[in-house]
Design a protein around this ligand. Sequence first.
Ligand code: ZN
Length: 128
Amino acid sequence: MAPVIKPARRVKHVDYELSFDDLENPGCGYGFPCNSKGKIGILEWLKLHPLGRKNLRMVRHDPKRYPARLECRKWTETIPAVIECVACGSPVELIDQWASSCPKCGTEYNGCGQRLAPRSQWEFEGDM
Ligand SMILES: [Zn+2]
């Protein structure tokens, strides 16, 4: 197995969104990224598409139709491991459980960092 430069790790994220349901059209509404207190700061405002800014002004102008609610979303992502290619020494990010290629020499590794045979030696065993 190739030497591990960085092991895979799980990273937790928490995102907040200010949501506005459209009470006149059930199931419809708008959502905007915000901080944990429901404030949309200048940086979030600047990142919004002009149409998003227009929609935000619209929903804030009519709070009876578009009541605001703060939503919290927690999610986790896996940052793939990085190994050292046994053929050339370059770092290889194991982005795929099936096969990840060394960007420099093309040597392939499975998701555990085990070197795979060249694809020309792979055989298809399924139905065509
Ligand atoms: Zn390599």
